[in-house]
Design a protein around this ligand. Structure first.
Ligand SMILES: [Zn+2]
Length: 458
């Protein structure tokens, strides 16, 4: 254990005040989907950074929610840790399912309930209050600290990369503490090391200028048949993506990471049972499914619509069909290159008439398990929680982790104190009050272990 006793004592004694701060920030609505309260919340976040002794400013971009930047420097330190969090929240509907009002946080049976208490205001405050504790006890944070608190995470962070590009110097950092981490059902802290990337697009196939009577199907082309043929070119029955070059630059898992993956828990039966699925794609084994979820690219059809979809029958030959697809990407895959390869592949197969609209283009990011920052967080988890943590080499989902790693080479880890059943994005979102202290100490211990192992720069 590297943390000093005075700091631990301060964090312990002030839990009640810290919880009040989580409640205070969570009481301020900030629904990015509707813009409700976002501006007011940004101002409150800025104020809260200033209250702990940091400097803060609000950055703006046209059409974007404000981004709150803050910093507390340590004189003489050559290391910088950046905390990325978001102050926006998901909508609260359906309101009738909440046992207490979503924007009036309330503690019941050892949990605090309210929108944002876990995702992500509780996490945000836990970081702020950790740094405040250092300032109160030592007069300074353990190293230079930067806060990047955005207001659009829940709508896909459409401007985060632009904000960072416009203010390059400001966000420069060595390591990043990502926004949300959790403790699993067995009380084991989860270290998240990566996310997948994504290409999201919409295909439109149009063969007629208006819908026709279906008797014309004898002679006129149907766009849905055309789409079906197109889609069959994308993936085979085993799940292999057939677009040329799709797998060419993938950075696979290292032998250390494969070892970690083998040891990590994966409830294959549970996953199948949850969806009443008979088997994984192409009959793959549980081990193969686990690997695919962590390190495999996907080509998913998210929605298709055309023609008549109402009750009874309508004999119609639709003029056009729409199809939305998401492709999850893994490290090494470059979204723009893959998109070009996809359009080229369709054109070379006679589908150059198909309209393709790009919606999301996000690369993947994965922090190496053997990197000093990952190792520090893993070791610190063991110290603080007293159990072996769960290592999630990569989430099967997507997020803007690449923003800092690509630009600064800053490794990011997702660590925090959310309970596994915190109901984020749903009614009765909550945190476990007793996890807050451990979550804060985990981050403190991780930073100190990282700093202890870091060689001076230059
Ligand atoms: Zn969320």
């Amino acid at each position: 254990m590297t943390l000093d006793a005075a700091l631990k004592d301060y964090v312990h004694k002030n839990q009640e005040t810290f919880l009040k701060d989580i409640a205070r920030l969570s009481a301020q609505p900030s629904v990015s989907a509707t813009h409700d309260g976002v501006e007011e919340c940004a101002l409150l976040v800025k104020k809260m950074i200033e209250e702990i002794g940091g400097t803060a400013k609000i950055l703006r971009l046209d059409g974007a929610a404000p981004l709150v930047y803050g910093e507390v420097l340590r004189p003489g330190s050559d290391r910088t840790v950046l905390f990325y969090n978001h102050y926006d929240v998901q909508p609260v509907e359906p309101l009738e399912l909440w046992k207490s009002p979503p924007f009036k946080p309330e503690i019941r049976d050892g949990r605090m309930y309210g929108r944002g208490v876990s995702d992500d205001k509780g996490q945000l405050v836990s970081r702020l209050k950790l740094i405040e504790s250092y300032i109160k006890v030592d007069g300074t944070p353990p190293c230079n600290v930067k806060f990047c608190f955005e207001g659009e995470e829940e709508v896909g962070s459409p401007h985060l990369d632009k904000y960072v590009a416009k203010n390059e110097g400001l966000f420069k950092s060595d390591v990043v503490v990502w926004e949300y981490g959790n403790v699993d059902a067995k009380g084991r802290p989860v270290v998240g090391l990566g996310v997948k990337g994504m290409i999201y697009l919409e295909l439109v196939v149009k063969t007629l200028n208006r819908d026709a009577h279906s008797m014309n199907a004898a002679a006129l082309p149907n766009p849905v048949w055309r789409l079906v043929r197109l889609l069959s070119l994308i993936k085979d029955e085993k799940g292999h993506i057939k677009i040329p070059g799709w797998y060419d630059h993938i950075i696979g898992l290292s032998s250390d990471e494969i070892k970690v993956l083998r040891e990590e828990p994966f409830d294959a039966e549970g996953l199948l049972a949850t969806y009443a699925a008979k088997e994984f794609i192409g009959g793959m084994s549980a081990e193969e499914a686990k690997l695919a979820l962590v390190a495999g690219p996907t080509a998913n059809i998210a929605g298709i619509w055309a023609g008549y979809m109402g009750p009874g029958s309508k004999t119609v030959l639709p003029a056009e069909v729409h199809c939305k697809m998401d492709f999850r990407l893994v490290p090494g895959q470059v979204p723009d290159e893959l998109f070009d390869s996809f359009t080229g592949y369709l054109a070379s197969n006679g589908f150059s008439d198909v309209k393709i609209e790009k919606m999301t283009m996000e690369p993947a990011a994965r922090t190496s398990y053997t990197s000093p920052w990952a190792q520090a967080t893993v070791h610190a988890a063991r110290e603080i929680f007293g159990v072996k943590p769960v290592i999630e080499l990569s989430s099967a989902g997507t997020g803007p982790l690449y923003v800092f790693s690509r630009r600064y080479g800053a490794d990011a880890v997702d660590i925090g104190f959310a309970p596994h059943d915190d109901a984020i994005h749903a009614p009765n979102e909550n945190i476990r009050v007793d996890y807050l202290e451990k979550g804060m100490l985990w981050i403190g211990e991780a930073i100190e272990e990282y700093l202890a192992g870091a060689r001076p720069k230059g």
